[in-house]
Ligand binder design. Structure first.
Ligand code: C5P
Ligand code: MG
Length: 321
């Protein structure tokens, strides 16, 4: 029993890597590993001593788990003393944490110094009045815009007209893209349309000093709406002409007899209707939620529709009209 107790003491000393004094005579240890490493003198201090009276496996079972040593066949001869590897080193973790925190603080501070990323629109809405004019193809947007220009001195910019002009401009890199989109009733990438509108607004402001715009057939898609209001000018409201599809189709087919437009044919008209419902109506819904839509039923004659337009716009805009 005494031999076992002092054997454990010696074992603990080994774990602490402290030099071991000469073992008392009566303590006859044999190392659990001595058979494996007997020739390695440097390993002598790390050997696990087992009282002679016990088998190594019985001795190991009595040890607290942390003190047990498991050796695989490949370990042995030059394995460093177990006692060293049991001491967990914290300083590398501390260095990693310190470096990480330092880097993070540096990033945070740098972000604070950076200018805000919000874009200022090219034109201020207090200075420039923009009305978006929406409605399905053939709803009568162009017809009503012409009257508003006549009576209220708006500058009328039709996104479709600007795209057709760009499509026909010699040397335009977007000509073919625009042609394909128009024929399929698809939406032209927003960068092209927004840039065309911004340039046209700037030209009009510079040449005639106008400050009131009807942007017709725009925005036809949410991304166009968001981009335009972010970089060009926030709109006052959306003038939305509501018309049944059958009536619009009848008008477009009639117009197709003389318009010369590549998309005033039955096939393109069908695609334009689908694009309008799937892509453009969500834009109207978006502005409706923001209470920025003036809706006019455009099924009746142009005069009647215009009368309704004037009445509703006067109510919504007051002296801005
Ligand atoms: O407005 P309009 O009917 O003249 O538009 C003709 C075509 O121009 C559309 O069908 C579409 O292909 C393209 N367009 C567009 N984005 C807009 C307006 C028109 O892609 N905002
Ligand atoms: Mg039009």
């Amino acid at each position: 029993m005494a031999a076992t107790a002092s054997g454990r003491q010696a074992w603990r000393q080994l774990l602490r890597n402290t030099p071991r004094g000469p073992a008392p005579k009566q303590q006859q240890y044999r190392s659990a590993f001595s058979r494996q490493i007997s020739s390695t003198t440097t390993q002598a201090s790390s050997r696990r001593a087992v009282p002679q009276s016990q088998s190594p496996s019985a001795f190991l079972r009595q040890q607290p788990l942390a003190q047990r040593s498991y050796s695989s066949g490949s370990q042995g001869k030059n394995t460093p003393p177990r006692s060293n590897s049991n001491q967990v080193k914290f300083w590398p973790f501390l260095i990693v944490i310190a470096l990480g925190s330092g880097g993070y603080m540096l990033l945070v501070n740098r972000r604070k110094e950076m200018p805000p990323t919000t874009t200022t629109p090219a034109f201020s809405p207090t200075d420039v009045t923009v009305l978006f004019v929406l409605g399905g193809p053939g709803a009568g947007k162009g017809t009503q815009c012409a009257r508003l220009v006549r009576d209220y001195h708006f500058t009328h910019l039709s996104a479709g007209d600007l795209l057709r002009a760009e499509q026909d401009r010699p040397g335009s890199q977007y000509g073919q893209l625009i042609r394909d989109c128009i024929k399929d009733g698809a939406i032209v990438p927003l960068e092209v349309t927004v840039a065309l509108l911004e340039n046209a607004m700037r030209d009009a402001i510079t040449s005639s000093g106008t400050k009131k715009f009807l942007i017709d057939g725009f925005p036809r898609k949410m991304d166009q709406a968001l981009k335009f209001e972010e970089v060009v000018c926030p709109a006052k409201l959306v003038l939305f002409y509501d018309c049944p599809e059958a009536e619009m189709e009848k008008r477009l087919l009639e117009r197709g007899k003389t318009s010369g437009r590549a998309d005033d044919n039955a096939d393109s008209i069908r695609k334009r209707f689908r694009t309008f419902i799937e892509t453009s109506m969500p834009v109207v819904d978006h502005y409706e939620k923001e209470d920025r839509v003036v809706k006019v039923d455009s099924t009746s004659t142009p005069d009647e529709v215009y009368a309704a337009t004037q009445e509703k716009l006067k109510k919504a805009l007051g002296d801005k009209l």
